[in-house]
Design a protein around this ligand. Structure first.
Ligand code: CDP
Length: 216
């Protein structure tokens, strides 16, 4: 098995950026697992279905292909919210496990980021990070990067708090730090400083796992 990095954390914590940069540094493909839930939500809404309809959502999850993940329309705030509503369904989550594990199983390994990667999807990952930041810092980042100029900072913060509560409170695979995940709080860190910290964590794990090459 290759070298596998699991990154979890709440919305806008910086885990997506860190996953992309770690993938580049260590030469590993990256799967943003949030896109899976976003794509399920988009398919259900597009077919006129309801996000509360577990059967419809599970059907969309089973029909998903990796090609569906390149749709730029998945990255909106509305799809983030809709994704967290389909993500509560146990049968949706179950339908998406195989594709995530298969992605991680290929050589030379992979980086996966999400909410339950270190706890449920890849409990034996070589390196686990739990990336977080204060809700206010996360809302400020999301607000700065949002294309929707009508959205206020307060509305973005409320959206993040609601989504955190839903993701942490659900019964199946709630957002939690795995006991062996290293906590990285990015509240007061620049992107470069957060990346340096993440890279050190991964390099230490790599030395422990006995894998050869250093990052570039
Ligand atoms: O980028 P952001 O953190 O805002 O969202 P995302 O990572 O694309 O995830 C969107 C939603 O999908 C989350 O709020 C979770 O409810 C759900 N999700 C999940 O349940 N499990 C994952 N592994 C990834 C995302």
């Amino acid at each position: 098995m290759g070298f596998v990095i699991a990154i979890d954390g709440p919305a806008a914590s910086g885990k997506g950026t860190l996953a992309a940069r770690l993938g580049e540094a260590f030469g590993l493909p990256v799967l943003d697992s949030g896109l899976l839930y976003r794509a399920v939500a988009k398919a259900v809404v597009g077919a006129g279905g309801a996000l509360e309809d577990e059967e419809a959502c599970a059907g969309a999850a089973r029909a998903l292909t990796l090609g569906d993940l390149s749709d730029p329309g998945l990255r909106t705030a509305a799809m983030g919210e809709a994704a967290s509503r389909v993500a509560v369904h146990a049968s949706v989550r179950a339908a998406l496990i195989g594709a995530q594990r298969a992605f991680a199983a290929r050589e030379p390994g992979a980086v996966l980021d999400g909410r339950d990667i270190g706890t449920v999807i890849l409990p034996n990952a070589d390196a686990k990070l739990f990336v977080t930041a204060s809700a206010e810092a996360r809302a400020a980042r999301r607000w700065r990067e949002t294309a929707d100029r009508d959205a206020t900072y307060e509305a973005v913060l409320a959206d993040i708090l609601r989504r955190d509560a839903r993701d942490e409170g659900r019964v199946t695979a709630p957002l939690r730090r795995a006991p062996d995940a290293i906590l990285l709080d990015t509240t007061d860190l620049s992107i470069d400083a957060a990346f340096d910290a993440a890279r050190r964590i991964v390099e230490a794990a790599r030395a422990r796992s006995g894998a050869g090459t250093q990052s570039s």
